[in-house]
Write a protein that binds this ligand. Structure first.
Ligand code: SAM
Ligand code: SF4
Length: 346
């Protein structure tokens, strides 16, 4: 069991002080929190959701605005400096600008980011800008209209491209594109995405497909590994010169004279777990210490049953201390299985 793989949390009070960073038994520290704001979505990406019959949690199970703000306040006192709002589709949540503004004004938090499918972005960009958003990751797997319909089961590529354009024109500093690479679907578009970095100061990130898709495309041979992506890129571009990127980006490079960057994320290969700095909260208020974790901790329950800030901090520290070495180990322990990224928060 998981317990055998973990050292006991040093319960001598030293790790409980709120000013200390959140750390684990392998020496990692956790400064980045991803908060899922909902499970609902206006797309139905085939690697993420079934077409219909989705058992979304009811509203009362999701964290309220006040509960999320309280959590942000608590975690900001534990050395966390970066927050990302995700989902489901976070732009469907009406209180998003308010949450961004709150997080941005919270001492200790240096940057507040968003991951979105971009459909509603052009409508909301000004409000997000005013709220103080630091960065947006837009998920877009193809630049082809028919393929877009196939992958998302909806129309809307024009809206996403318009959202991307508006985001690039805004004052929001960091704009990234998340592209899930899939064999015989979009691996032939890799260079089209790279071309977007020529005149635009954005990062295009190729992400490995992961098995969180409610039994759908994972088993159909669409996986296209980080090594394949890098080798395709090298075939076209020669040796890639690395530049700095985020810790979970496997390979980050820039082509001479291009404004933007390109990155590869080994989300399935899990070769960068040693660099992980992430804490995850699901839309229903469960704490996960790994994307692949099969066990979760009910912070919503603690918040609703009147736990103090110190009790919640202590719980977060213990759960993170027990994070397993990597996503491979995490996948094999525990029994709480989440089938879709909308339930985890990507
Ligand atoms: N709806 C928003 C979006 O699509 O950007 C935010 C939530 S979505 C779950 C977050 C990210 O997870 C997206 O970039 C999406 O492509 C990615 N994702 C979802 N399911 C995935 C899977 N099975 N494998 C790899 N990435 C996945
Ligand atoms: Fe919606 Fe994002 Fe999942 Fe696509 S990946 S169905 S946009 S939550």
């Amino acid at each position: 069991m998981a317990e055998n793989l973990t050292q006991s949390y040093p319960d001598n009070g030293t790790l409980k002080q709120s000013a200390l960073p959140i750390i684990d038994q392998f020496g990692r520290s956790f400064t980045y929190v991803r908060i899922a704001l909902n499970e609902q979505c206006n797309l139905r990406c085939i690697y993420c959701m079934p077409e219909e019959g989705i058992d979304f949690r009811t509203e009362d199970k999701l964290l309220t605005t006040e509960e999320i703000c309280r959590f942000i306040k608590i975690i900001s006192k534990m050395g966390v400096s970066k927050i990302r709002f995700t989902g489901g589709e976070p732009l469907l949540r009406k209180d998003l600008p308010k949450l961004i503004q709150f997080a941005k004004g919270t001492p200790g938090l240096e940057s507040v980011h968003l991951t979105t499918n971009g459909l509603l972005l052009s409508k909301q960009i000004q409000e997000l800008e005013r709220a103080g958003l630091s960065g947006i990751n837009i998920s877009l797997d193809t630049l082809d209209y028919e393929k877009f319909k196939k992958i998302t089961r909806r129309d809307g590529l024009d809206l996403v491209l318009d959202g991307l354009e508006k985001a690039m024109q805004s004052t929001i500093k960091s704009i990234k594109l998340n592209v899930v690479a899939m064999r015989d679907f979009n691996n032939d578009e890799i260079m089209d995405f790279v071309a977007l970095t020529k005149d635009n100061d954005i990062t295009v990130r190729f992400i490995e497909l992961m098995p969180f898709d409610s039994h759908q495309i994972w088993k159909t041979g669409k996986f296209y590994g980080a090594d394949h992506i890098v080798s395709d890129l090298e075939k076209q571009l020669g040796e890639l010169k690395n530049v700095a990127g985020s810790p979970t980006e496997h390979h980050v490079f820039k082509i001479d004279d291009y404004k933007g960057k390109v990155a590869v994320i080994p989300a399935y290969s899990r070769s960068l777990c040693g660099e992980c700095s992430r804490v995850r909260i699901t839309a229903d208020g469960k704490l996960l210490n790994c994307l692949y974790s099969q066990s979760e901790t009910n912070l919503r329950g603690m918040i609703r049953s009147g736990a103090s800030d110190e009790e919640i901090q202590d719980k977060i520290r213990k759960v993170m201390w027990n994070k397993l070495k990597d996503g491979w180990e995490a996948q094999h322990y525990g029994k709480e299985h989440r089938e879709s990224m909308t339930q985890i928060g990507g």
